[in-house]
Design a protein around this ligand. Sequence first.
Ligand code: DP6
Length: 327
Amino acid sequence: MKASAVAPANIAFIKYWGKIDEELRLPANGSISMNLDKCLTTTTVEFDKRYAEDSFEMIEEVVKEKEIERVKRYLSKLRKIAGKEIYAKVLSQNTFPKSSGIASSASGFAALLLAASKALGLNFGEKELTILARIGSGSACRSIPSGFVEWKFGKTNEQSYAYSLYPENYWDLRDILAIVGTDKKKVPTTEGMESSKNTSIFYKVRVIEAHKLLKKMKSAFKMKDFRILGEIIETDAIYMHCVMMSTSPALFYWTPKTLEIIKNIIQWREEGFESYFTIDAGPNVHIICEGKNEQKIIDKLKKIENIESIIVNKPAKGAHLINKHLF
Ligand code: DP6
């Protein structure tokens, strides 16, 4: 049977950087994110007796052998749950350009899980889906529920799931993504965070702080206090990058352009245009602001030289099935 799904990428406001269980991908701390409406993955999965093995391809993108193997391992897990010995053809497409530097594992595994489970005739509820997506790639669990999502810290497989804290229309926020570099990550996130756990002297202290920041962020959401939300977003991003930079070998993701944009954001704030930055495992800067300031921030950003492209994201709904197939 054939099924297709769309899932958004998400930007973490409280980050996930480290696991307490590698196999189950249980995070060392809970995290909070916003789904991105302009960064989507569409995936079609067909299980059929005529396939002698699993295949995975992306439209207009070359997929590395390692990534294909990861998808195949994941499909085997789902096959085991379904109790079916049948192989699949998987085809995916991203709306965001390959060169945008956005990690596609979150939207990728969320869309893959939803399409594959439907095609296998498995009917999971949202909570179960988030647990299974987490096993594919940790951040993928946050792309299943809608809007603003919390991925809970938990010591067992069942305790660490994601749910929608608030729907996408709860708060008119933007993630204005400034693309400044398209270098493919040299160290994959899975390896990078494991290395941080083993070598960074700041790893443990950041995990303790992240638990506290998450609590504070939930109250900022409740009060819709943008200043407090933004300050926590920046603090947690800086803490995570301190851990990355103090990892051995060091994980330096920032470029001079990254820092230039950060300094501009601080300056804009002083001028009254409130926005805050966050950065993942790459040089690109996510500028978080309220909808009312979107155009002003874009205008200011455009004055900075050598920004390759700008993607303006609104909060999005989570992964969902669609009727249109890619093949
Ligand atoms: C920096 O979800 O890619 O984007 O579970 O090992 O696949 P794995 O890691 P992944 O890590 C994302 C790390 C991050 C921060 C975040 O999104 O929370």
